[in-house]
Design a protein around this ligand. Structure first.
Ligand code: 6GU
Length: 242
């Protein structure tokens, strides 16, 4: 998978060299390139924003640098990329959406700042490639960079051959719509607190039943909105969200 990221803060994306995405790049599963939007501005101040037509607070990102950046980046790979624009007004990133991203061969991420990007950039882009606006959730960040880190990490770990232990992908939160069970390691007693005895029993059936019950209780307490949709509640059932 190829990911090109356009931003006025390229340093913000440095963490992609570390940890999971870094590993995916070294394994050759992921190719990330970061591009500075200001390189596509032609004035001496490298301006990328201007005042909004119609008035209002803040600044709007100019269409010209964005379009030139997108046209340049579009020459870097093969086939048709999908343009991802992070923003609080988009569809919400879920495990299902992360999977859809992981299925793409080529993503371009356009990180907006200020009050956003001139709407005509979205229109022009949509004439030449699929465009999706994606949000991390119902709160406001200053720009798309942090969201892109989250999106690429969520997608990269789903790339075939990425995870050493594919089981840990299946067992984790949100794969079947329930949160994860609590985990413990040695020592069996720590600061006077015991590990739940069932986990020391060696009875795999009992351990599985206890863990399932914990997942239900945890989901009911923390994320009751997930419960009605979970496939884990209907044995053999299919969860239509995945
Ligand atoms: Cl993707 N971008 C911005 N700027 N704010 C957000 C967001 C994205 N997701 C939630 N809030």
């Amino acid at each position: 998978m190829r990911c090109d990221i356009i931003s006025i803060f390229p340093e913000y994306l440095e963490p992609l060299k570390l940890s999971l995405p870094g590993q995916a790049q070294r394994k050759g599963l992921l190719d990330v390139a970061v591009h500075d939007l200001r390189d596509f501005s032609h004035d001496r101040h490298r301006t990328v924003d201007d005042t909004p037509y119609g008035g209002g607070a803040g600044m709007v990102m100019k269409p010209q640098p964005w379009w030139e950046a997108l046209e340049h980046v579009r020459t870097l790979g093969d086939g048709t990329p999908t343009l991802i624009v992070p923003g609080p007004g988009g569809e919400v990133l879920t495990q299902r959406l992360a999977r859809e991203l992981a299925d793409e061969d080529w993503l371009i991420f356009a990180c907006g700042r200020y009050e956003g990007i001139d709407e005509r950039v979205y229109e022009a882009a949509a004439d030449v490639m699929p465009v999706r606006v994606i949000s991390l959730g119902d709160y406001v960040l200053n720009g798309g960079e942090v969201a892109v880190l989250a999106m690429i990490e969520a997608a990269a770990r789903l790339l075939p051959g990425f995870m050493g232990n594919a089981e840990s992908l299946v067992e984790e939160s949100h794969e079947d719509g329930l949160l994860e069970y609590p985990v413990y390691t040695k020592p069996a007693t720590w600061q006077g607190r015991e590990v739940p005895p069932v986990l020391l029993s060696g009875d795999h059936g009992k351990v599985a039943a206890w863990r399932h019950q914990q997942r239900l209780e945890r989901t009911a307490a923390r994320r009751p909105d997930l419960l009605h949709a979970s496939s884990a509640l209907t044995p053999g059932g299919v969860d239509d969200r995945w």
